[in-house]
Design a binder for this molecule. Sequence first.
Ligand code: SAM
Length: 276
Amino acid sequence: MSASPSPSPSPVTFSAVVTRLRAAGCVFAEDEARLILSAGRVPAGIDAMVDRRAAGLPLEHVLGWADFRGLRISIDAGVFVPRRRTEFLIERAVPLARSGAVVVDLCCGSGALGAALAAALGEVELYAADIDPVAVRCARRNLAAAGGTVYEGDLYGPLPAALRGRVDILLANVPYVPTEEVGLLPPEARVHEARVALDGGADGLDVLRRVTAEAGGWLAPGGSLRFETSGRQAPSAMTIVANGGLEPRLAECDELDATVIIATRPSASQPVPDGP
Ligand SMILES: C[S@@+](CC[C@H](N)C(=O)[O-])C[C@H]1O[C@@H](n2cnc3c(N)ncnc32)[C@H](O)[C@@H]1O
């Protein structure tokens, strides 16, 4: 008795992959097909990747990495995919930063921001933290080359006290989507990224309020907290920062649709002794 023939595998030619991705609604089907095919997997592996992408997973979760400022950042399932617009946050931080600066990437997710700043500056003393253990594992891989130390916990909670008053650049791309709007996000974010990475509370500014309230105690004189917000939230975010004793400055990039606030601790001010 002969075994029944196994189903023939789908072809994994470029045009076949493009057709499947296009049918699934992928706008950049050609680009995505090229990336998936270049993953160097056997046909069955490529087939599985196309299936996952067609089922709606973010391309970066399918590939296992994202490009951020030319760096290949490892991205595990569920971890926030660094957005192109966030490159502006790093772009604005690079020119004024000194080599050897003390950098903290709070709410680090994959650690893309810290990795990019470290790559741009050459040498930094780099720390990062996130509350999500999956993100922390990912960030540890991504920051290893820069010698970064990644802590797990709530905001500043896990950072060593010795960093207080020493931080030159405090990056904090915190969640800032208002709770009621999380359900309006595209499924790639809403379904496949952790809720804790997106939900910023009723007005989207809850995590930022907590970050700002303690920032003065961690920043060195002249050091700055740098974060992304939306154009709509920017006026409220500027007020939150000013009320926290920091000097806010707004920077915008139309091309990337990015809004960034740079909140500097005045050089003459004393660090806040303890957080709330
Ligand atoms: C918008 S994502 C940004 C991730 C990364 N900075 C980036 O830009 O790709 C926000 C991150 O904040 C983390 N997070 C949310 N609440 C937190 C908290 N209370 N303490 C520490 N991390 C938190 C989430 O786990 C998530 O990784």
